[in-house]
Design a protein around this ligand. Structure first.
Ligand SMILES: Nc1ncnc2c1ncn2[C@@H]1O[C@H](COP(=O)(O)OP(=O)(O)OP(=O)(O)O)[C@@H](O)[C@H]1O
Ligand SMILES: [Mg+2]
Length: 372
């Protein structure tokens, strides 16, 4: 078992070397995805237990690779590359092994927009086991901590999907977790971020496997309801918003679904990311965005103090991770700050994007403060 400490230092490493990727670029192509060329076991030696939970790659022939699929793939791929590298270097403390690279994300959007399907496709490409736990208003914390049952007169403890994935690694899809009572969501709070401990069966301290991925999948209510505990949501730093596809993509999907040959939009057949080292400006901008978004939410104009609590330095750190992964700084701010707010209120998120992110002097900051 790996040890834990509070030491926060970790190496920021952007470089891929060897056969895994060419130079500084990471390119995902449809053909290679279907061939299994991005299997994390093959590439980085990550050995998942419960291989029977890995979605079959044959489903990939039916997939239209959307931007969200590529973004999710890239995030997991690069985060797990860095984690595996630290493990190979002999780092022994869990907090250092995981560092800023824990993958806690939200997939939000209306029913049928492809949240569950996209997650399954990502797991098939990377060779990651996937488990699902579904929530309702009645769900208790035993959904996180495991469930006892009586069999043949004996009490037996069952490691359900969440504790098993926490311990063994893989994706755990928390379907409709916003339906759960908000105070109960906090039972997962120490598990998904440092100290990464899940108190299984209420007493067994169980550390997070560095290759565990937590994903909340849900539909955002329209009445401006607040389905989430702010502190819980704050621990999920990257959010992908699923929207209805454009006409071309819908027609391609329908062809695939009905077994008719089709040309999917060419621009979706591959996607390239250019990971890079962070520069001083990135850190300054990530802090400025945090300040600006907070000030905007706490200001007299909108006065949304509760929503302001959902964002913190965690989102700044994640914005930096995204930049490191090759996402443009402005897009990185949207995936982290704006989309975290979208989990609560889509209109508020759109407003913050317009009033804070869009008017931020991105070009000026990156051109005038450029350094190498
Ligand atoms: N990228 C894709 N390529 C091909 N087909 C897709 C894609 N995304 C979604 N689909 C099709 O759309 C259907 C609905 O998608 P999915 O079940 O993932 O929606 P969802 O967002 O999880 O909905 P809900 O909120 O109801 O759970 C899938 O069963 C699949 O047939
Ligand atoms: Mg679904």
């Amino acid at each position: 078992m790996v040890k834990c400490s509070n030491k926060g230092a970790f190496e920021l490493d952007h470089s891929f070397s060897g056969q895994n990727t060419k130079g500084e670029k990471v390119t995902f192509t449809k053909e290679k995805m279907i061939n299994g060329d991005y299997d994390l076991g093959k590439l980085f030696g990550i050995d998942f237990k419960n291989k029977e939970c890995i979605p079959d790659r044959s489903i990939l022939k039916e997939v239209t690779f959307t931007k969200n699929i590529y973004l999710g793939l890239n995030k997991i791929f690069q985060s797990f590359y860095r984690i595996s590298k630290r493990q190979k270097q002999g780092v022994s403390e869990l907090e250092e092994i995981i560092g800023p690279d824990y993958v806690n994300m939200n997939f939000i959007g209306e029913p049928g927009t492809g949240k569950s399907f996209s997650l399954r496709a990502i797991c098939a490409v990377l060779g990651i086991p996937m488990r699902v736990e579904a929530f309702s208003g009645d769900s208790g914390t035993d959904k996180f901590l495991g469930i006892s049952s009586i069999a043949h007169g004996e009490i037996r403890f069952n490691w359900t999907a969440v504790p098993v994935t926490h311990r063994d690694g893989g994706v755990i899809a928390l379907e409709e977790i916003n339906q759960m009572k908000t105070d109960r969501q906090m039972a997962l709070s120490q598990a998904v971020v440092s100290p990464f401990i899940l108190e299984v069966d209420n007493y067994m301290d169980t550390y997070r496997n560095p290759y565990t991925i937590y994903v909340n999948l849900f539909n955002v209510g329209t009445e401006g309801s607040k389905p989430f505990n702010e502190a819980y949501l704050n621990r999920f730093s990257t959010t992908y918003v699923f929207e209805k596809d454009d006409r071309e993509t819908i027609i391609a999907k329908l062809h695939q679904k009905l077994g008719y040959p089709t040309e999917t939009p060419k621009h979706l057949d591959s996607f390239t990311f250019k990971p890079r080292k962070l520069i001083k400006t990135d850190f300054e901008v990530a802090v400025d965005i945090l300040d600006n978004v907070k000030n905007y939410l706490n200001g007299d104009m909108v006065a949304r103090n509760d929503e302001a609590k959902t964002i913190s330095e965690r989102q700044s750190a994640n914005m930096l991770v995204e930049i490191q992964n090759g996402i443009e700084p402005k897009d990185a701010a949207v995936l982290t700050f704006v989309n975290t707010l979208a989990c609560i209120d889509l209109e508020l998120a759109a407003e913050v994007k317009e009033e804070v992110i869009d008017i931020f002097p991105w070009e000026y900051r990156y051109n005038s403060e450029k350094e190498q």
